[in-house]
Design a protein around this ligand. Sequence first.
Ligand SMILES: [Cu+2]
Length: 477
Amino acid sequence: MSPFNRRAFLGATALGVLAACTSEAGSPLILPTDPLVGQTEAARGGTGRTRSVTITATTGQIDLGGPVVSTWTYDGEAPGRELRVGAGDLIEARLVNQLPVDTSVHWHGLALRNDMDGAPHLTQPPIRPGETFTYRFVAPAPGTYWFHPHTGTQLDRGLYAPLIVEDPAEPGKYDAEWTVVLDDWLDGTGTTPDEVLAGLRQRGGHSMHGMGGAAAQQLTGDVTYPHYLINGRVPAAPVTFQAGPRQRVRVRFINAGSDTAFRVALGGHRMTVTHTDGFPVVPVTTDALVIGMGERYDVLIELGDGVFELVAQAETKSGAAFAVVRTGPGAVPEPTVQPAELRGKVVGYADLRPADSAVLPAKQPDVVHRLALTGGMMSYEWGINGRAGDLTNPARVRSGQRVRVEFVNSTMMWHPMHLHGHTFQIAGGPRKDTAIVLPGQTVACDFDADNPGQWMVHCHNTYHAEAGMATTLGYQT
Ligand SMILES: [Cu+2]
């Protein structure tokens, strides 16, 4: 069962539980229902423009470019329709739940008002089957974001879509702009994500591909997928991105995978990284990028003349997603081609610095929370500080504090750790909301506590989060 749904056994939602235990540590917690939440958003201002959209979470068949699968999607497409707004616009998104189960929508990466964050039982009641819920919030900062459910293993079905917040102040020094959504796919191929999770729990991780011991070290995920997709297509029926020769293109990469990091390269090209998780960096040129689950990178590419392969190799797994970039005549490369750039330079967090406009000014932290990532694949029980999916013991902060969260990974697997409602700065690295924490590594993330409420902190491996690697950051008065 979901750690989020597990709250139900307490006979109350986490909201109720939180309200009941606020005196435990002395100060009451600031709940999503607190007037401060709306006041904080109002103080940031906005454009006054409203972007209204209806999104229907539904069941049905989709065509991945050959394989036809029964799955769950937003409006019958995976990825769902891109939502594009301007920074400061009010998003009014009506979610119609036609799924047979509860759902909610999380707007990944946005420092939005807490009560619209889409964490069921924590920031809102679950949206029941047949119900409609309208999200209303101001998009606070430009960048590449996405949205997806925050219930169970739903993200590993087809429920995800890009959310692009445009910067009216940005000149847009490029001729074309492409959104490239990466995904690992198994739903409807003889199994479902819920069955996969049940299997992981029953047999322990890795049994699905028969690995263990030393071979299991450094793995990015536990699950074997039959398909890897770019914009919903298998390599045999790839998407083609078109532009003119020598044009400059902005590419927005989004890893919507549940259990797979991707190593991405465009054959015959280098890429200049301009943004991490929506925020600008000092531009750095690279051959390839490794993108963890939930992460986004924006790059600029000066295109050559011809036809080129865009390949997203599943890191530490076999298989790849594939698309075609065409700027002139030529034959389409084989979908199995491995561009040399995949083995070239990869920029990591240590190579990236926030642009001046995105720098978090240096300051000693007022509070440090050490979050040990715990558990293992043998029993497939994951946790934070030894507790599984506990949303009632928040890491406490106060508005105005500089906060440092240290993610300590003593397990043998990758964990892309995601903090809701804030964009942190990695020590010696860029601004992000999702940071890969490698086995044996500690990653320190600094941010200003400026968005009151109760926020999820969790691994963006869908299966790890479901198995308990989730906790909360809680503002108190
Ligand atoms: Cu994890």
